[in-house]
Ligand binder design. Structure first.
Ligand SMILES: [Zn+2]
Length: 107
């Protein structure tokens, strides 16, 4: 009987379609998440008075040599952008393991 097979076929197609949609959505979300978390741009600021360097997240408008609004945490002097680069962010677990290993090696 063909009539009994048809609802099953439709059900199968619905499942297949929704699975495809969910998979595509998950893939897109994963890629987007990885792009956000995996890399970030950082600016290295150097104090013009005491010469210490501070790293902070890149802000729009930053360029090497620019005197930024940030003040030196040590002396309160003005800070200049020394370098800008892309930093790969390790996952928390990798960072912990790596940090632990380094600490162990030192001692
Ligand atoms: Zn300073």
């Amino acid at each position: 009987m063909l009539a009994t097979d048809q609802p099953m076929l439709i059900g199968y197609m619905v499942v297949l379609l929704s699975t495809t949609v969910i998979l595509a959505y998950m893939l897109a979300a994963t890629v987007r998440k990885r792009r956000e978390a995996g890399q970030r741009v950082v600016s290295v600021l150097r104090c013009t008075s005491c010469n210490i360097s501070v790293k902070r997240g890149f802000r729009e408008g930053d360029y090497v040599g620019k005197i930024v609004d940030d003040k030196c945490p040590q002396c309160g002097g003005s800070m200049v952008v020394e370098s800008i680069y892309e930093e790969k962010v390790e996952s928390a677990s990798t960072l912990l393991l790596y940090g632990f290993k380094n600490k162990k090696d030192k001692g």
